[in-house]
Write a protein that binds this ligand. Sequence first.
Ligand SMILES: C[S@@+](CC[C@H](N)C(=O)[O-])C[C@H]1O[C@@H](n2cnc3c(N)ncnc32)[C@H](O)[C@@H]1O
Length: 266
Amino acid sequence: MMNSESPEPSVTLTKDGSTTLFSSAYNQHYHNPNGAVAESRHVFFETTGLAELLQTDEPLTIFETGFGTGLNLVLCLDYLNQTNRKTAATFQSVEAYPIKPQTVRELTFGDEPFLNDQIPILAEIFGGVKPGINQIEINPLLKLELFWGEFDDFPDFSKEFIPDKNRVNFILHDPFSPDVNPELWTPDVFNKLFQISTSDATLATYCAATSARAAMAVAGWNVARARGALGKREMTIASKSAEKLSAFKRVNENRLVERFKKGDFG
Ligand SMILES: C[S@@+](CC[C@H](N)C(=O)[O-])C[C@H]1O[C@@H](n2cnc3c(N)ncnc32)[C@H](O)[C@@H]1O
């Protein structure tokens, strides 16, 4: 668990030439040491169809759990840069422990010049972020709403649930793993994410733990397995709409819910 006294995470190189951070408070890297950029592209953008959606004019609100280095925001900018999209998208993210701008300046996103060109923008974001919601228009196509605070305190979770008014189409669930960051893998968390989502929303995570999938199922998500990134056998993709998961192998949600209720996951 981190707190305001925790040391700043340290920068380490991953095998695709991009850097990640190592948190001594959680004893964990922010990304797969086999490739930070490659993992994020695979898990959050390519497997989910988000890369394609960023190239359309469909309304789009993305919600990320754990802003970390800001890599997923930078990847959104990259996909947007390659399209003729005219409609602005929103990228909401929550982060309890924003890193320092000098740490961001030590990062590299490997051999991708466009990604590295965004590092000064990230440093500016981290330099100016204040507790609570920070609304930042990154460019005419992408608005960032960065919440500096605990996940549970994100203001939209306390709004009344009005199905037709829900906005989030894509959830990038990217906390540390359930063994070290368990408070972000509970049915309550996945229920909060369910409540803010559209009826065909997609949720993706690098995590393939059965306990995490069970927590999603308890909250009402349809859940499926997908091929993992960089040598990991599986990741997880979930949706409110079963149709959205037709290309993936579904888990048995009823069985997972039963096992959860029996206490199989502690
Ligand atoms: C795996 S890292 C995120 C990586 C990030 N998406 C990126 O691409 O760099 C997990 C992040 O979740 C944040 N975090 C952990 N617990 C949290 C909580 N309860 N509320 C908000 N943020 C939290 C950590 O500070 C860390 O930045």
